[in-house]
Design a protein around this ligand. Sequence first.
Ligand SMILES: Nc1nc2c(c(=O)[nH]1)N[C@@H](CN(C=O)c1ccc(C(=O)N[C@@H](CCC(=O)O)C(=O)O)cc1)CN2
Length: 294
Amino acid sequence: MTAYVLTVQCKSTRGVVAAISGCLAGQGCNITDSAQFDDQETGRFFMRVSFVPETGTPIETIESAFAEAAAPFNMRFSFFDAAEKVKVMIMVSRFGHCLNDLLYRWRIGGLPVDIVGVISNHLDYQKVVVNHDIPFHYIKVTKDNKAEAEAKQMEVIRESGAELVVLARYMQILSDRMCQEMSGRIINIHHSFLPSFKGANPYKQAYERGVKLIGATAHYVTADLDEGPIIEQDIVRVTHAQSASDYVSLGRDVESQVLARAVHAHIHHRSFVNGSKTVVFPASPNSFASERMG
Ligand SMILES: Nc1nc2c(c(=O)[nH]1)N[C@@H](CN(C=O)c1ccc(C(=O)N[C@@H](CCC(=O)O)C(=O)O)cc1)CN2
């Protein structure tokens, strides 16, 4: 039996949860998992519900009934087939550890996505990508051709049907236009524990500051460099005896893990943009096996 995910966000109002659960029950659906957050500061409400239409009601009927129940609350809502794989375009430059990690997780079934292609401004990873039977798009970027290069990138992204773009250490600043057009659909891995050490060379900045922890941050990309809503972060301990290049080596694993966790949250519809922040619901024990990090 097909399982679905419903995501909802709206102004926080009494009766929202009853309206959502009551409508699904009325359509013969059993709710198998539910998570909600009421942001007391912004007055915004977020909910994610997994459900199964036990009596076989067609999803189109459920969606139509839900639209009626949602209208009084002005809900923004989406229904997803839990088994449908999100189309993902990966972008990479010269550091390939995050790309390789994502490809490995995908290959063993631990990251249930449809990788529709890899775009790079270098040729370093053409072979490994092609060996995975994934289209590789080399689009050279220079200071003088950034606009043309990005137009080609956007053409590839649109034609591929990509719903999510993952910057796996892609080291070019995206234009405001691209960030706007793909708002909430581009995830970047920044190799520092933001908001510390934004921009280029964060490990060098961290070394010069004498930190005892380095980290990685996965965030949605906005026009404000490395200021986008944070999805996932983690850290690793360093000592006075280690160099900035030691940090680069130590950082590879934490960057890869943080990015994979963020992509996982997004493709399972657990991550919501909430202004300059995010709401990220944890994978619940009752979530479907494919929803747990493999
Ligand atoms: N509009 C945005 N674009 C990008 C973001 C972002 O948050 N908003 N994140 C970066 C990734 N990044 C750090 O994680 C980063 C990448 C590149 C640079 C940078 O200064 N790039 C130079 C070119 C460097 C080169 O050619 O090697 C540039 O683009 O002029 C800073 C931070 C991805 N893009």
